[in-house]
Design a protein around this ligand. Structure first.
Ligand code: ACO
Length: 424
């Protein structure tokens, strides 16, 4: 199969077919408009391949997710988050010394410029941490020079990876009115973040292993997911040759929406609502089916996964383990499991192939870890950062990249004369 034929107004046109390394097939429509004057109409881009990418492979029907060829199940069980950052960004797993050096550099860039602290102080204590995160990441562009020079870009990549955990933890400390805790060079990436979140100057704190392991797993599971909404935003902004900080800041804004990364916060709020309503699961399943209610089962459904989300499978198991290790019994976990069971037997969800996604169980683990609900999407952003960086870097190096500029089908008024209200 090397070409596809299109007949438009009786005229036949041929387009090349491209095949990916997992045999996914795409029709190359780059010459569609030039040849036919027509455009491909695809709202939401559900059928549109916006790039070629060698980073992440998903088979939504089979529930497969691989980073650079490595199955998510193996990575989740065996890797460290920093190792996965390196893999996603640079394409191969690091050797032992490369990983140590990469981690050392990130650690030495966790500190924030003292002037950035003043910006934190200006936010109201009620500010949503996602709004702070997006603005502070954008602000990095005013502190650090950006250029096309690969060394400068590499340094800014390290800065972003290092500073995002400090920005996130500071935004939490700001919201609870506690003193900022500075990063420490003797801690690992995940320990450093948890220490900045939970330690207080008044008493010694050691990061519990169970929290460290759970965070490592959650970050890995969120690390990349090919051309999702926020990643496509990063690529789109970056396609205008905007810098890394601006592109990632835009990705954080896209992630904040409740249909994307914001769903993890919405799931917990939904489960709390069901709990407050006496655990009446059936009512909420019925409401989700009722189109006039505007209510959706948050954490259910996915544009790509049509069978199961492998990340949700891993997290469901992990939720039990983490809660048990922490000695936490959370009634919301029981509600979530019951809700899942009822929904999965319901023809509405079966017919539409709606299954729990990664956000359905992640919030329960974050809650058990003591992460406040309004920080959940920030946690997602920390995890997704290496994916955004890898995709941005790949996009910039790709000779096929053009400024992203979709077309439209215009449905407004046709030409009409302007009649002035006032005579001038
Ligand atoms: N609850 C009830 N019905 C749903 C849900 C849901 N969670 N999700 C989809 N549907 C229904 C739609 O109403 C639609 O029904 P229809 O065919 O009768 O009109 C059908 O299923 C298809 O849904 P779409 O919205 O067209 O699917 P799309 O692929 O555009 O959206 C999305 C995917 C946004 C994830 C959607 O399933 C949703 O809103 N889920 C809830 C929010 C959520 O959990 N988001 C996190 C996604 S994962 C992530 O970003 C990390």
């Amino acid at each position: 199969m090397s070409t596809a034929k299109l007949i438009l107004d009786g005229q036949e046109y041929e387009f090349p077919v491209i095949v990916g390394s997992e045999n996914e097939v795409g029709i190359d429509f780059t010459t569609l408009r030039a040849k036919t004057k027509a455009i491909a109409y695809d709202p939401g881009y559900g059928n549109t391949g916006s790039c070629r990418s060698a980073i992440t492979y998903i088979d939504g029907e089979a529930g497969i997710l691989r980073y650079r060829g490595y199955p998510i199940e193996q990575i989740a069980a065996l890797a460290s988050f920093t190792e996965i950052c390196y893999l996603l960004i640079y394409g191969e797993l690091p050797h032992h010394d490369q990983l140590r050096e990469f981690e050392r550099k990130i650690t030495y860039h966790t500190l924030l410029h003292e002037d950035m602290k003043k910006i934190f102080d200006a936010y109201p204590a009620t500010a949503h941490p996602m709004a702070i995160l997006a603005a502070m990441v954008m602000s990095l562009a005013s502190f650090y020079e950006e250029s096309d020079d690969p060394e400068t870009t590499d340094l800014n990549i390290i800065r972003l990876l290092g500073k995002i955990i400090t920005i996130a933890a500071f935004s939490y400390k700001r919201s609870v009115g506690q003193p900022y805790v500075y990063p420490r060079n003797d801690l690992t990436y995940t320990q450093n973040f948890l220490n900045m979140m939970y330690s207080l100057p008044t008493e010694p704190y050691k990061v519990p292993d169970v929290l460290d392991r759970a965070l490592n797993l959650l970050l890995i599971l969120h690390a990349d997911h090919e051309q999702n909404c926020s990643t496509s935003t990063v690529r789109m902004v970056g396609s205008s040759q905007a810098g890394l900080f601006a592109s990632i800041g835009a990705g954080i804004c896209a992630l904040s929406g409740p249909l994307h990364g914001g769903a993890n916060q919405e799931v917990i709020e939904m489960l709390e609502m069901i709990q407050a309503d006496g655990g009446n699961y059936r009512k909420y399943v019925d409401m989700a089916k009722d189109k006039s209610s505007n209510f959706r089962l948050m954490g259910f459904g996915h544009r790509v996964y049509r069978n199961f989300d492998p990340r949700a499978t891993i997290l469901k198991k992990s939720a039990d383990e983490v809660l048990e290790a922490l000695g936490v019994h959370d009634p919301l976990l029981d509600i979530a499991k019951n809700l899942e069971e009822i929904a999965l037997k319901d023809s509405y969800f079966i017919e539409r192939k709606l299954y729990p996604n990664v956000d359905f169980y992640s919030g329960i683990i974050y809650r058990a870890m003591g992460i406040p609900t309004n920080m959940f999407t920030v946690m997602f952003a920390i995890g997704r950062l290496p994916g955004w960086i890898a995709q941005w870097r790949e996009m910039r190096a790709d000779s096929e990249t053009r400024i992203n500029r979709p077309r439209q089908i215009y449905t407004g008024a046709t030409e009409r004369p302007f009649v002035p209200i006032f005579q001038r």
